[in-house]
Design a protein around this ligand. Sequence first.
Ligand SMILES: C[S@@+](CC[C@H](N)C(=O)[O-])C[C@H]1O[C@@H](n2cnc3c(N)ncnc32)[C@H](O)[C@@H]1O
Length: 255
Amino acid sequence: MAPTWDPDQYLKFHDPRIRPALDLLAHLDVESPETVYDLGCGPGNVTEFIQQRWPAADVIGVDASEIMLVQARKRHPNKTWVQADLTDWAPDTKADVLYSNAVFQWLKDHDTLLPGLVVNVREGGVFAFQLPRNWNAPSHAIIHEVVATSPHRAKLEPLLLHNPVHPPDYYYGLLKPYVSAIDIWETEYLQVLDGENAVAEWTKGSILKPLLDALKDEAAVFYEQYAANVASSYPPRSDGKTLYPFRRLFVVARR
Ligand SMILES: C[S@@+](CC[C@H](N)C(=O)[O-])C[C@H]1O[C@@H](n2cnc3c(N)ncnc32)[C@H](O)[C@@H]1O
């Protein structure tokens, strides 16, 4: 089941979150596609850029989260937004572009998920996605440490994501049988964040969110402990900014 989302917290770091989405879009060499899907479109902020890139295309956002789609519909009431779980979703007809930014890390079984999606792209079209691959960074490792000593460990452990993103060559091996060409690369962004304990605020809008939701009234105590540990790994600079290196994996597969 997809976790619940807080679009405002997620969009707090709009610029560094959108940057890899735009970098992926810039690498798509597809002229005049008719049908483009933004898989796991969230609040529709990336969908908007996809539509700008191909103004004549029918760009459709798909997401499991009703709260994310409410925001998306508010921004673009005339676009098509589909509520669906990507683990059992398929388009009505084959797409020219299946695009997905920062989504599949939430979904297990890439072995079946990704081949199941790529076959929905027509010949010459592309399947493109970006995934965070930062699971050993202190921001993520500290979540596991705090859970291990938490009185709520039994409740939280099943919610932890354990290295859900594989190394680049795994995606080559998985998708190559379905495509004519595949381009895979990684980028480590040196993200420059504003605000107090910015890295804790960042994870609060993404990977920490399912744990905080599960804890309900107890969430504040857990978050405080996490935030204190994270602050020492990512101290602010003298200019008040916090540097947060973040590695991401990009895949562009052409049918
Ligand atoms: C990190 S957000 C990314 C949103 C958007 N793509 C962006 O780049 O800003 C992840 C999105 O994936 C969606 N998601 C997670 N699991 C999903 C699933 N099984 N099916 C559909 N959407 C899912 C979430 O609801 C959320 O909106």
